[in-house]
Design a protein around this ligand. Sequence first.
Ligand SMILES: [Mn+2]
Length: 327
Amino acid sequence: MYFPQQAETFRHLLDEVRGKPVAVLGHLRPDGDCIGSQVGLTRMLRAVGIDAVAVNKDPAPRVLKSFIGDTPWVQAKDFEPQGHVSINVDCADPIRVGLLLRKLFPETLANIDHHVSNPAYARFNLIESHTAATGEVLAGLAFDHGLPVDAITAQALYVAIATDTGQFRLPTTTGQVFEICSRLIALGASPAGVTRELFEKEPLAKFKLLQRFLGTLQVVCDGRVCVGHLRDADYRATGATHEDAEGFVDYPRDLKGVDIGIFLEEYGNQTKGSLRAKSKRFRVDQLAKQFNGGGHAPAAGFNQECSLDELLPRLLVAVEAHLERLG
Ligand SMILES: [Mn+2]
């Protein structure tokens, strides 16, 4: 078994939802793990006769749309609960589903996640903080309990794991990750198909945006930190969208000698920060917390109600102090 310590809770959860309609909720601005997990769990439940639907406040990003397949998928604004109970996936905090869904579901029946900061806010909590992705938890649970996994489910769970491990490059990538992925491939997941969808259909506007982003990179803290940014004007000038900037944070992190890469994105009068470290020991989750954010030790983020120019100097002071503390 992959998750023997969750077996009892998961069995009780399945008993609890039998005969009830289930809404599988994910977080705002859904990423690959969120969408893959929503699709995967919705299909696994439907395969055993439970009436499940995936609901998200935001639409799926362009590159992830095709992985939904024929899975029932509704945007929150079009969703009317009819006695539905809710299961959150990949949501470290109940408010991550957004205000609208939080209002529709003030109580969360179950919470399936891999974020270490998850406070176990639901009636059934299945949190495996040592895993790479919520998709890994769901795939493991499906295998442990013999739930049917069809090809679309396998592909969705594979996408969840592939994206949250940074294409199997992040320190969260374990032997179990490959073992589970190998079983998903046997069930119909296609690594080459996923690569084609995610990386081989790039719009030119994205490359123009990347060119601007790379032009902003600056190395600070004795070469240990690299920061880059994008402003509203960069999106306007290139015609690119915010989802085109997904993954740009890897460039500053990937520089030789750099421990922490930072990507700052200005949205009107807000600034979003993404932090990526080469190793878990740099604890960028702690750094993000100082700016009201959170995440994982090697990958975290935050949102601040201020301009990029106001945020940047404060952030650099905080990063310097953080690195000094770590030694
Ligand atoms: Mn995740």
